[in-house]
Design a protein around this ligand. Structure first.
Ligand SMILES: [Zn+2]
Length: 466
């Protein structure tokens, strides 16, 4: 497998450290309803795991849940996201976390994403985070200010390597704010609650009552669950300059080892070519998509039709096109119940080769999902036009299983129609042979009422669920 490594700024041959590929994914911050852009990364990482499995690797994946407030600004200032969400809804931060964890879990199921092996919550690892800061402190890498404990980034030679940060320029150009920080890139590892506030989420620590810095949780949970070194760390490109840069700084300063060998980042999704924002009213959720009558699986197909490293665009027209494509694929999948053709389809001649050509090879080539989707589309269209024969059924099922193995689109899970519906189809076929068009049309309407559409092809009637 080759994969683009942000750390090296190029595609590289993937080589794991051990016999199990260890993956860490920055998860959701559960302070509001996730929007469709939040799902993009998780859709690709699910495919990344299937691709690794198809290449014969075992995987162990951690995806955290950020349920402790981090601040709206990356500079350790601004409002606490969880508290802000809680205040808005008249709930406690704990209730807000619970509510949005439940929503995110439901939507992940609607997208048919596989569950990561571990989904730890930041609040479950407070003691470990305190321990981590104590270790950093013991190594002389932190200093204390009145509002918390800060990591001193000038102690690291290669700070900012991932983001190619121009540290000199940053230090020179930084606006001098009254933060008291030694360097503009320094960041909080423990923030103290201010003396006149009682926070919903705060914990006692050797430095006083407060809460962990945002970057800390990922370093700590990755280390606790996967160990000092991991193979692949994933996230959105917006996380590169601060969050991932600081994860690397803390972990590598502590362990003296490379934290992750590969850093894989997904690009943004825009809506109508612009950034999603509340003020533009273009922030959509998966629920909005479902409410408009679209399938969440079609949304997944929309996302996979572009490469994870290119910027995506969402419009309702593109959504409709994805829904049409999914419906077409489902129609083709239903052919496994209707092997009507006398000749076997050439598109299924060598199914192992077809799977390798269309799916495996594309995914192992830096997760080229658009190439895979268009190859599959071509083959399925060909299969639909030729029809399948009895000889093709097993090969066709294998092909559908391979698509689902990679993308989890639930094509292979579709069931046959009932005996009653089959009887109606036979009657319609007979009416057509007898040139009784009125009766044939009436039967078509009856089938339609029961959710079955009929297409008359050279091989005979083909049914599809509407
Ligand atoms: Zn993270």
């Amino acid at each position: 497998m080759i994969i683009y490594n942000t750390l090296a700024r190029k595609t590289e041959q993937f080589k794991p450290i051990g016999d199990k590929v260890k993956i860490y994914t920055c998860g959701m911050t559960v302070y509001s309803h996730p929007h469709i852009g939040n799902w993009v990364a998780f859709i690709y990482w699910d495919v990344l795991v299937s691709a690794l499995k198809s290449a014969g690797f075992n995987t162990e994946r951690v995806q955290n849940i950020t349920d402790v407030g981090h601040l709206t600004s990356d500079e350790d200032a601004g409002e606490d996201k969880m508290l802000k969400g809680a205040f808005k809804e008249g709930k406690s931060a704990w209730e807000i976390a619970e509510k949005y964890i439940n929503i995110a879990t439901t939507e992940a199921q609607q997208l048919n994403l596989s569950k990561p092996d571990h989904m730890p919550r930041a609040t479950e690892y407070i003691n470990e985070q305190i321990q981590f800061v104590k270790e950093l402190e013991g190594k002389g890498l932190t200093y204390r200010l009145s509002d918390g404990v800060y990591f001193d980034t000038s102690k690291l030679k290669n700070y900012g390597e991932l983001a190619r940060l121009d540290i000199g320029g940053l230090r020179f150009g930084a606006r001098v704010k009254d933060t008291g920080k030694k360097n503009p890139t320094d960041f909080a590892v423990w923030k103290l609650s201010s003396p006149n506030e009682k926070r919903d989420m705060e914990w006692d620590s050797p430095w006083g009552i407060g809460f962990p810095g945002w970057h800390l949780e990922c370093s700590v949970m990755a280390r606790e669950i996967l160990g000092d070194q991991i193979d692949i760390h994933t996230g959105g490109i917006d996380l590169i300059p601060v969050h991932h840069t600081n994860e690397i700084a803390q972990t590598e300063a502590l362990t003296g080892k490379t934290f992750s060998n590969y850093w894989v980042h997904v690009n943004h999704l825009k809506v109508n070519g612009t950034k999603m924002s509340k003020s533009l009213g273009n922030v959509y959720t998966l629920q909005d998509i479902i409410n408009k009558g679209f399938s969440p699986i079609a949304f997944k197909l929309l996302i996979l039709s572009k490469h994870y490293r290119t910027e995506g665009n969402f419009t309702w027209e593109i959504m409709q096109a994805a829904q049409n494509r999914l419906k077409h694929w489902q129609s083709v999948a239903a052919l496994k119940w209707q092997p009507l053709s006398k000749e076997p389809s050439e598109a299924l001649n060598n199914v192992e080769q077809a799977i390798k050509h269309d799916i495996t090879n594309n995914l192992l080539n830096d997760l080229d999902t658009p190439a895979a989707i268009s190859s599959i589309d071509k083959r399925l269209s060909e299969i639909y036009s030729t029809g399948i024969s009895k000889q093709n059924v097993e090969a066709f099922k294998r092909y559908l299983n391979a698509i689902d193995g990679a993308f989890r689109l639930d094509l292979s899970g579709q069931t046959d129609i009932s005996v009653d519906l089959k009887k109606l189809l036979e009657q319609r076929s007979l009416a057509r042979r007898q040139k009784d068009w009125v009766k044939a049309d009436r039967l078509r309407d009856r089938l339609k009422e029961q959710g079955i559409e009929v297409d008359d092809t050279s091989n005979g009637q083909i049914w599809t669920r509407s």
